[in-house]
Design a protein around this ligand. Structure first.
Ligand SMILES: [Zn+2]
Length: 494
């Protein structure tokens, strides 16, 4: 009674959620604090750089700390679990902070949280009993906050921030109100703690300051190479202040500003650079990308057209045009530009990948498989591509091919429960029910709330006449939101 059409539908859901596993520690840690984790893809790699900068100063290693974004968290918190130090933060919370404050805000926030760990404030939540036993008074909590602020002030002083920059975030976030009934101290106490820490940091560094624009420029490049983006921007600021005609500094600062999502600032810098370098194709391309980030698509496409006019043989210009057109849903136009960039540079991997995605979007799966073949030829170790090709093979009913590709992908991404589910679906289509069951089992063992796998496993159990098991799985799937499963449960299970 349940047909494979249904499985096809499931697969559509599956492909929409298909993401590569991130290297970040363990999103399920969000569950420890009763947090959902819907969108796990942390693309904010800069947080790692900031962490390393801070730990460098106090001689700790990155491995000692786990940082994880949680979807709904409205602040940042620290705790210990199984002996590890955790810092969790809300993705939106962090974005609002970095959007509304200076470049040091993120560093300050992290330093403050690390300060809690360094000072031993973080509670170990491995044991619920401990958690209940450890009663902290409001007074002690406020004191902890001041210690963490003091630490953060010290760190930012060491890193070269001004006192004003160091204090800005807390100035924004706090008020002067009486704090007697609050877990956090008021503004004046916190600013004082920051100031104390700041002045404790050795201020001799000023004696080692570079003395010419070019020296600043060189140090900025060093800082950039060691991923210290905020430090590098500050050095470029000095370089430009000392020599406003150092146009390379504008260009480089623009790249950095773009990296830290200050697109408006980046566009300003590109404007100045381009006014002196009117034929610099890459500057136009970069400015175009910033404009697209600010939804100025007309300005963006104008820049791209101009770049192509300057050099009609530069594959990257066509590629970026394709990406932008794809973004605004001009799919066929986008494909045309990817075609051109590939005709100029046949092994242009990013362009091949984008074109393949367009083909599969248009259900031209054999064509996208061709492009994936090329990509795998160019770089046989890119296991992620196998998963994309597997998906296309599934669409054209090449279940064996799909399984083989997915198995290759799993060599590297062996925690991807969606991949096991897809193999299960293929095995089902090949009528190898017990193997399908094994794959669904694995998918569920990796994610005990994986609706689709319960639904699919229920279908197999029903086929194998394990009606009780089928009903159990459908009940679970229906609890997780599967409407069909709810119907089946009421129809076939009492
Ligand atoms: Zn705190």
């Amino acid at each position: 009674m349940v047909t494979t059409r249904l499985l096809l539908f499931l697969f559509l859901v599956y492909s929409a959620n298909f993401i590569a596993q991130d290297k970040y520690p363990d999103p399920s840690i969000c569950e420890l604090i009763n947090e959902d984790y819907d969108s796990l893809l942390v693309d904010d790699k800069t947080i790692d750089y900031e962490l390393n900068k801070i730990l460098d100063i106090i001689g700790f290693y990155n491995q000692d700390f786990f940082i994880q974004a949680c979807t709904n968290l409205e602040n940042a918190i620290t705790f210990k679990h199984d002996g590890n130090n955790y810092i969790l933060y809300g993705e939106i919370f962090l974005k609002s902070i970095t959007n509304n404050s200076n470049l040091w805000a993120k560093t300050f926030l992290l330093a403050h949280e690390i300060g809690h760990h360094i000072h031993g404030h973080a509670i170990d939540i491995s044991s619920i009993n401990d958690y209940k036993l450890k009663k902290i008074s409001l007074d002690e909590m406020r004191n902890n906050e001041l210690e963490a602020d003091n630490f953060a002030g010290y760190i930012l002083g060491k890193l070269g921030a001004s006192l004003e920059e160091t204090s800005e975030l807390i100035s924004h976030l706090t008020t002067y109100e009486d704090d007697l009934h609050s877990t956090h101290p008021n503004k004046s106490k916190r600013l004082q703690a920051i100031k104390n820490g700041f002045y404790n940091s050795n201020k001799n560094i000023e004696n080692n300051q570079p003395d010419s624009a070019y020296d600043y420029f060189l140090r900025a490049k060093d800082r950039y190479m060691s991923n210290d983006y905020s430090g590098a921007i500050i050095d470029f600021n000095y370089a430009i202040k000392l020599n406003p005609d150092l146009f390379e500094a504008y260009y480089n600062r623009a790249i950095l500003r773009k990296k830290v999502n200050d697109f408006e600032g980046a566009i300003n810098d590109y404007d100045i650079f381009i006014s002196e370098n009117i034929n610099d194709v890459d500057a136009y391309l970069d400015r175009a990308l910033c404009k697209s980030e600010m939804n100025d698509y007309d300005g963006c496409i104008n820049d791209l057209k101009y770049a192509i006019e300057i050099d009609s043989n530069y594959s990257r210009s066509y590629f970026i045009m394709g990406v932008i057109l794809r973004q605004i849903d001009l799919i066929d136009e986008a494909k045309r530009y990817f075609d051109i960039s590939i005709s100029i540079e046949p092994e242009y991997e990013a362009a091949l990948l984008e074109r393949a995605k367009i083909y599969s979007f248009k259900n031209l799966n054999s064509l996208s498989i061709n492009d994936y073949d090329l990509l795998i030829n160019i770089n046989p170790n890119n296991n992620y591509i196998y998963s994309l090709r597997a998906k296309c093979k599934y669409e054209i009913d090449d279940f064996l091919g799909c399984i083989m590709d997915m198995e290759k992908y799993l060599v590297e991404f062996n925690k991807d429960f969606e991949a096991y589910n897809l193999i299960g679906i293929c095995k089902f289509n090949l009528k190898d029910y017990s193997a399908a069951m094994d794959y669904y089992d694995t998918a569920i063992s990796l994610n005990s709330n994986f609706e689709s796998a319960y639904r699919n496993r229920g279908i197999i159990k029903e086929k194998l006449k394990d009606f009780e098991g089928a009903c159990r799985d459908w009940k679970k799937a229906s609890d997780l939101g599967c409407m069909d499963c709810e119907d089946w449960f009421y129809k076939y299970c009492n």
